[in-house]
Design a protein around this ligand. Structure first.
Ligand SMILES: *Cc1c(COP(=O)(O)O)cnc(C)c1O
Length: 223
């Protein structure tokens, strides 16, 4: 089941990459395992998936412990893709290899202080006016970048965004374009954008990391 889904996903990634004259190796598949048991990570890791995305610090703490003896997931990289509260910064740097959702100078400084060594981060940018969305506004991005530059443990890898929800891909395109333009203006290479319903569009617009849950693991139950 998972193998078939992964094969078909890989196929679609390859075709989107070819269409946009990009190399498959420049696009990282991050398998999103929120609300799924540790065995889902284990099983995907056995099929060669190397990057995993989790939304909640506490949820992943339990899974990471469950994966302690797992050889297939050894060497996998774990990305935090959900909103992070500053008071969980210490736990987050212990558990994750990449924090994709840095959106304030305060959070950046907390992560920097908590980190025992260099940690990869991305800045979450809020490109839509929806009240509920986390992220730094494009206007405040230069200021946040300056704050991150002053954090010796943080390695800034790029930008991340979530367009307003839609079950169609095309409405996301202007948001992906905007994120890419912002990254280019600011000299950043990494672009985390695109989910199950719009990853092909994201690849066409330059995504370097796509975050895929449903297309790999099937529909999720609500937590
Ligand atoms: C859940 C989630 C995803 C994956 O969504 P799917 O539609 O299941 O692919 C990607 N990014 C973030 C931030 C998420 O919370």
């Amino acid at each position: 089941m998972l193998r078939e889904r992964l094969d078909s996903l890989e196929d679609r990634i390859a075709r989107a990459a070819a269409r946009s004259r990009r190399r498959r190796q420049d696009i990282t598949l991050v398998a999103v395992t929120k609300n799924l048991p540790a065995q889902a990570i284990e099983e995907a890791a056995r099929l060669g998936v190397r990057h995993f995305g989790e939304n909640y610090v506490q949820e992943f703490e339990t899974k990471r412990a469950a994966l302690a003896g797992s050889t297939s997931s050894a060497g996998a990289r774990f990305h935090l893709i959900g909103h992070l509260q500053a008071n969980k910064a210490r736990k987050a740097v212990e558990l994750f290899d990449v924090i994709q959702t840095v959106d304030s100078a305060r959070l950046a400084q907390r992560l920097d202080q908590a980190a025992a060594g260099p940690i990869d981060v991305m800045l979450e940018v809020k490109l839509s006016p929806e009240e509920s969305k986390a992220g730094v506004s494009p206007e405040d991005l230069p200021c946040l970048m300056e704050a991150v530059a002053g954090c010796p443990n943080l390695r800034l890898r790029g930008l991340m965004t979530m367009p307003p929800w839609s079950d169609q891909a095309e409405p996301s395109r202007p948001y992906f374009r905007r994120l890419r333009a912002l990254a280019e203006e600011n000299g950043l290479a990494g672009l985390s954008m695109g989910m199950s319903h719009d990853f092909e569009t994201a690849i066409e617009e330059g995504a370097t990391l796509i975050r895929i849950g449903t297309a790999l693991f099937g529909p999720r139950r609500r937590a």
